[in-house]
Design a protein around this ligand. Structure first.
Ligand SMILES: *Cc1c(COP(=O)(O)O)cnc(C)c1O
Length: 489
């Protein structure tokens, strides 16, 4: 369908403009048309190329530098996945094309990709069914929380609370609250992980679910996970697995086998799609069999003749959470990634992610305090509190890394660790890169002792330099008013 945006000029009308094949409903009404031509920049191809090349060079990215940003899994994603996503049959598809078409079957391949990716994710997580629709991890959490609410509503149970550990990713309490739950924060204290006794103390009939990241954001695996699941199930609650970051478990352990009922995954972290800068993500949600009726519409089904169709007629569904088929381009990349690697290589993803993290931890633990000195999973948390006593805070360490061409780790999170530096090297980095990072961190630790002021000025090598955080905090732009929250139904 072509839409005519510009008011046709008399001269043009004479030569068939708007073109006669444009259906009447596709021609915009006169009040929506411009009276004058838009003033668009007129540049040559060379100028356009230079502009975009320059922009790309200003970008700090995984393609150019090491990016140990804890909990974000900023790993390198194979360019193969990009090539597959750009295939014309995928990239030029319109979501309104018919599902079946004599001869062409234009969207059957795309529906097949959705179906097959969901099937592979079921295998990886031990879930019975997946929806591919949620557009990000946080969106997956909200979808999962809505599914849990719909399930308990159908059971006639009044459940108002969701238990979330204090070390959880910030989106967890936000999603539970938006879904209408009261968030009960479970302290993890100096153990770093949630224990069964704490869960037992917080347990009541009102508990709808426990949301858990395992391994958690400290990179620690929860060895009491089965006991905790039994406690939650004992009050008819459900276990929610935040699998935004599955790098530590891939091919080795499945949330479904640990007693989880709902899982979301971030395809843009673990499964071959790049992320950052607010780009598209995908947060598919998997559920156990008894929750499948509540999955959002539509669901891709495979019929006995081998064709795929979208199923909308689902009376218990929580309804639409996203238009059309979710972030289709991200899902295609994930599918390509899964097929490219296969079962054995997926296992080496988790193997190398955990090995790399432990290698860096072992080499840095004499130079920085370690929040929890034990074997870590795919990430770990250091504390710059030793450096802070000399006037060099976690923020200064982060700025110092920028001068050494390295993206800073996640800082000041989780809040349970003072001066936290959360480091996730990911599986895609070489030993040489990890050694260079270790050397930079050790050099910064030495500077903190010998010349702390040097780090207060950092970064000096970046185009902008140190931002004035005091001015940013004092002169806030208060003109923005957020939109009013939706009215309760
Ligand atoms: C990144 C992340 C999320 C949120 O995912 P988005 O796609 O950014 O919404 C949730 N939980 C954990 C543990 C994460 O690392």
């Amino acid at each position: 369908m072509r839409v005519i945006f510009e008011k046709s000029t008399p001269g043009r009308r004479g030569v068939g403009f708007p073109p006669s094949d444009v259906p009447a409903h596709a021609v915009l009404p006169p009040e929506c048309l411009r009276a004058t031509r838009a003033e668009l920049p007129e540049v040559s191809e060379l100028e356009a190329v230079r502009h975009f090349t320059r922009l790309s060079q200003r970008n700090f990215s995984v393609d150019t530098n090491f990016y140990p940003l804890g909990s974000c899994t900023m790993k390198y994603n194979p360019k193969f996945c990009e090539v597959v996503a750009r295939l014309e049959g995928f990239s030029q598809l319109h979501p309104l094309l018919p599902q079946l078409r004599r001869g062409g079957m234009l969207t059957q391949g795309a529906l097949g990709v959705l179906y097959e990716t969901a099937r592979l994710l079921c295998e990886i997580t031990g879930m019975a069914q997946f929806t591919m629709q949620p557009l990000a991890g946080a969106h997956g959490e909200l979808t999962g929380a809505m599914i849990i609410a719909a399930y308990h509503r159908q059971q006639g149970k009044r459940k108002t609370r969701v238990i979330i550990p204090d070390s959880a990713h910030g989106t967890n309490p936000a999603s539970a609250a938006i879904a209408g739950y009261e968030v009960v924060v479970a302290p993890t204290g100096d153990r770093g992980v949630l224990d069964a006794q704490t869960v037992e103390e917080l347990l009541s009939d009102e508990v709808a679910a426990l949301m858990l990241t395992c391994p958690n954001t400290l990179g620690l695996f929860n060895s009491q996970i089965r006991e905790i699941a039994d406690l939650i199930h004992g009050v008819d609650g459900l276990m929610y697995y935040d699998g935004a970051n599955l790098n530590a478990l891939l091919g080795r352990a499945r949330p479904g086998d640990m007693g989880f009922d709902v899982v979301h995954l971030n395809l843009h972290k673990t499964f071959g799609a790049p992320h950052g800068g607010g780009g598209p993500g995908a947060g598919p949600v998997g559920v156990v069999e008894r929750l499948a009726p509540f999955l959002p519409t539509s669901v891709v089904e495979k019929r006995s003749d081998g064709t795929y169709s979208l199923q909308y007629d689902r009376k218990d569904s929580i309804g639409y959470v996203a238009p059309f088929y979710g972030s289709f381009g991200v899902i295609v990349r994930a599918y390509a990634y899964l097929l490219l690697l296969g079962g054995d290589c997926l296992k080496s993803v988790s193997g190398n992610a955990v090995l790399n993290a432990n290698y860096v931890l072992a080499r840095l633990k004499d130079h920085y305090e370690v929040a929890f000195d034990r074997r870590c999973m795919h990430e770990f948390v250091l504390s710059a509190s030793r450096q802070a006593r000399m006037g060099v805070k976690a923020l200064d360490v982060a700025k110092g890394l920028l001068d050494r061409g390295i993206h800073p780790p996640t800082v000041y999170f989780p809040q349970t660790v003072p001066e936290a530096l959360m480091i996730e090297p990911t599986e895609t980095e070489s030993k040489e890169t990890l050694d260079a990072f270790v050397a930079a961190m050790i050099e910064i630790a030495r500077l903190a002792e010998q010349d702390p002021d040097a780090l207060h000025e950092a970064p000096t090598q970046t185009p902008v330099g140190r931002l004035d955080e005091v001015a940013a905090a004092r002169n806030q732009d208060t003109s923005y008013t957020p939109p009013a929250p939706p009215v309760e139904q």
